[in-house]
Each structure stands twice: as structure tokens, then as C-alpha cells.
Design a binder for this molecule. Sequence first.
Ligand code: ATP
Length: 258
Amino acid sequence: MPGDLGAAGLRTEGLTVRYGGVVANDDVSITVGTGEIVGLIGPNGAGKTTFVDAVTGFTRSTGTVAVDDTDVSRLPAFRRRRAGLSRTWQSGELFANLTVTQNVVTALRPGGLSALWRDIVVPRRRDTDAEVRNALETVGLGSAGATPARDLTLGRQKLVGVARALGGNCRVLLLDEPAAGLDTEESREFADRIRDISVRGIGVLLIDHDMSLVLGVCDRVYVMEFGKIIFAGTPQEARTDPAVIAAYLGAPMETNDA
Ligand SMILES: Nc1ncnc2c1ncn2[C@@H]1O[C@H](COP(=O)(O)OP(=O)(O)OP(=O)(O)O)[C@@H](O)[C@H]1O
């Protein structure tokens, strides 16, 4: 039902993923509005990465995925990316010997012979340069373009990963455990960069086990357990919801807001 899903940003309706007998996502309906930061939390194996895979077209699903009112459910991953759905990966490795700029360029320039031919006939270099600069400035790395990735702190390497996802027509950014391994200070800085991204009108779906980060930076959160959404509300409501505490947070809960 293209065109009648309402609201800008990301909307899923009844998204379901089956791996053999495992229902990894079970009828998942969520929204991430323009410029909104939304958390998706839940225990290990709850189905969070599967959800990102399904939304971005990297695993088969049933149900609806819409971005800015356009139904992309039947599109392959690269066309969902063009429609504005970008993601980071849990592994998130960079090319250690390439500079920060080169790492971002590799994500933006399509490969293959046809792309090479297009580059010769219609050079896009200036466009790409502007996109790279814009993406790096958005994550606060505007002056680090010439630095080899291996010389960056882990926190800044993670931000390069985010910049790689930001290029092109990014409307909704799905971050899969972007803060893994960061210390408290790095995690706070990361939260500031996520806010910078959202004020540019990009919707952010943040998946992470760092509860200070998620509950501190998100406008709303969803909690997933066994592939189902068991809670939707504000971070404050999540902290005190008995089902969320039982499924994930445990009690008493210890968080320092980012
Ligand atoms: N490619 C796959 N084939 C079969 N089963 C899979 C596949 N990927 C995930 N699963 C299963 O789907 C369920 C959800 O896994 P998923 O990785 O999405 O959870 P998660 O919430 O992201 O976990 P974590 O927080 O540990 O990253 C698990 O039972 C997992 O074993």
C-alpha cells in the first residue's frame, strides 16, 4: 500500500522475519520520525540486528517498510539506501591504512566497471567531495580528514563509521551497537554527535546495550523481547515499567544520563 503510510521518516508495519523455526521478528511496527532519536533495546538474541537487516533489505521479511511515505518493502538493499535508509554494522571495521576521508569516499563511490565508466563520462568528484566534507563535519571530524584511521581513538573511529553511513540521501540512520567498547566520556561525546545528526532532520534508530547512552539521548524507546515489541514509551517510562525491568533492565537500575 504505497503512499498511504503517513508521516515522514521510517515506519514499519507488521514486520516479520523467520529463520527456519525461529521467529526472529514478530509483527514489529515502529516509527522513527524526521529528526527524532529512537532507541531499540532488548536482551541478547531479542532480534534487534535482525530488525535492522530486515528494514535495510539485507534479510527477507514480510510486512511493510516505508521511508518518507514511500513503500520500500519490495526493494533490494541498494535501492532502500537510495531512498534514504542507511545503517552501520556491528563489526564496523575501517580500512586502517586509509585516511578518514578515503574511508568515507569508499562508502560513497559505487564500485564496478559501470561506475568507472559513469565517472569518466559524468565526473561526480565535486559532489562526492562535498558529501564527504558534510558527513565528516556532521560527526565533528571536519579537521581529521587527512588522518589515517589507525591513528584515531576508538570513539573517533566509530564516528568515521557513522560518517560512512551519512553520505548520500540519508533520511533515517540505523545505528547497530555503535558505542560498543567506548568509555563513559567517549559515550557522552557520541551522544552529542547523535544529537547533531538529528538536528539536521535525520531520524536515528539507536540500538545499544549502553543504557546511559540510550536512555539519555533518545526521545522514545522500544523494547524488544523474543522478536516482539513489548514496550513503547519515553526513556523515563521505560526505567520504571515492570515488564521492561523484568525483561531487560533488571532492578535496581543504574544509569547516568548521557
Ligand atoms: N542468519 C540467521 N540464521 C538463523 N538464525 C538467526 C540468524 N540471524 C539471527 N538469528 C537468530 O535470530 C534471533 C535474533 O538474533 P539477533 O542477532 O537479531 O538478536 P539481537 O537482539 O541483535 O542480539 P544481540 O544483542 O546479541 O546483538 C536469535 O535467536 C538468533 O539466533
